[in-house]
Design a protein around this ligand. Structure first.
Ligand code: HEC
Length: 221
């Protein structure tokens, strides 16, 4: 995209995102509205719903990230980088899936340049990623909670190339990414796009879709 279009796009996106907190909506946040908790109708305010959604999102990402990171480090330690790629290929999805099922939410890591084609963003995720990518730096990266539709909230948190470890498998091939690692990446992920990153760059984001009734349930428990 050329710069002008890019700026226009970003402007539109910001309007779209900010319209979520337009003055009318803001007033409405102190108001009470009806939500379903399971099959029971309960009354909660918008502000409480969003705040609780944000809190749950943060907890879920922390747990998912912690579990994945521990698994990755364990695999590198016991099997080396090549073994760790194979391990991630076989297990990354199952690790997150277990958390998803126990919490009744949808958890994904998405990227504009995915390694696993399943990590391609959907259209809403694509817009949010585009906004994060605009002038990205790890220090100005913030998480967000938005209303996805009538029944669902979406929590997102950007993922940066936080340290040198990431570069072993997401850096420049032939330099940080060693040949034997590249070979296994190419064999497991023929459409891999997740190379060529440098430190501090945006790698992707966590996307957690939380049914409002899950949020309401934890608010009213
Ligand atoms: C041992 C190699 C290895 C290391 C080190 C590594 N990754 Fe990855 N990464 C992978 C593999 C393999 C996948 C694909 C996993 C799958 O199939 O779900 C992946 C996927 C991802 C994804 C999901 C999006 C996508 O491209 O599919 C993100 C985000 C990510 N890595 C970020 C990081 C960050 C940040 C670090 C450093 C903290 C890191 N990775 C370190 C191998 C690695």
């Amino acid at each position: 995209m050329d710069k002008q279009l890019d700026t226009l796009f970003f402007g539109l996106l910001m309007i779209l995102l900010l319209s979520n907190c337009s003055p009318e909506k803001k007033q409405d946040t102190s108001g009470i509205r009806n939500e379903m908790k399971g099959r029971e109708l309960v009354r909660v305010s918008d502000a409480d719903l969003m705040a609780k959604g944000n809190e749950l999102g943060l907890e879920i990402v922390k747990a998912s990230q912690g579990t994945l990171q521990q698994a990755l480090l364990g695999a590198i330690e016991s099997e080396g980088l090549v073994g760790a790629v194979e391990y991630c290929n076989a297990n990354a999805y199952d690790i997150v899936k277990t958390l998803e099922d126990s919490l009744d939410v949808k958890i994904k890591r998405v990227s504009q340049k995915p390694r696993n084609p399943l990590d391609e963003p959907d259209s809403v995720e694509g817009m949010i990623l585009e906004a994060y990518a605009y002038d990205f730096s790890p220090t100005n990266a913030v998480n967000q909670i938005l209303e996805l539709d009538e029944k669902t909230l979406i929590f997102t948190q950007p993922i940066a190339i936080a340290n040198g470890l990431c570069l072993n498998c997401h850096g420049t091939s032939g330099e940080q990414v060693k040949d034997e690692v590249l070979t296994v990446i190419k064999s497991k992920y023929p459409d891999d796009k997740a190379l060529g990153y440098s430190l501090g760059e945006l790698r992707g984001m966590w996307s957690v879709k939380i049914p409002k009734k899950t949020v309401v349930k934890s608010l009213t428990e």
